[in-house]
Ligand binder design. Structure first.
Ligand SMILES: [Zn+2]
Length: 147
């Protein structure tokens, strides 16, 4: 069934790390504190996403990403549960998982397609920058130890 977070490597950012980083970056890009929110992501097959698309949207066809907004405050965690993002890798086509994840996440936050393009770009860029700088500083630290 669901193969949670067991993703194939992406050329953009390492997938397991990227989920948290993308989430944080998206929250920051829209002026929210990442610590106040949570969102679930599920990876499913094309049959599974087709069934969900039919049940909830009346569209009997597979799609790349679906989002199911919740918006409930969870007193146990102190976070607002934004809802669920469902991604079908087989249906992703040219889109990266990172893009689909952010797309779904921003829908959960109530953003329209028109609004989300710039936010996705900003979030992606900040994650890439952080990974690049992280690698550079780790490299220079090792260099210093050798010298
Ligand atoms: Zn959409």
């Amino acid at each position: 069934m669901k193969e949670l977070f067991e993703t194939t490597p992406s050329p953009l950012v390492p997938p397991l790390r990227s989920k948290g980083e993308l989430f944080d970056a998206a929250c920051v890009a829209v002026g929210k504190n990442p610590n106040d929110f949570n969102a679930e992501v599920h990876f499913v097959t094309s049959d599974e996403i087709r069934a969900l698309n039919k049940k909830w949207r009346g569209k009997d066809e597979p799609t790349d990403v679906l989002s199911f907004p919740l918006g409930d405050f969870n007193p146990a965690t102190g976070k607002t549960e934004l809802g669920d993002i469902v991604i079908c890798r087989e249906c992703a086509g040219e889109f990266s998982e990172e893009f689909l994840y952010l797309h779904g996440l921003l829908h959960l936050m109530g953003y329209t397609h028109k609004e989300m393009d710039a936010i996705i770009k900003e979030a992606m860029q900040s994650v890439v920058a952080r990974n690049t700088f992280g690698r550079l500083s780790a490299g220079s630290a090792i260099q210093e130890e050798i010298e």
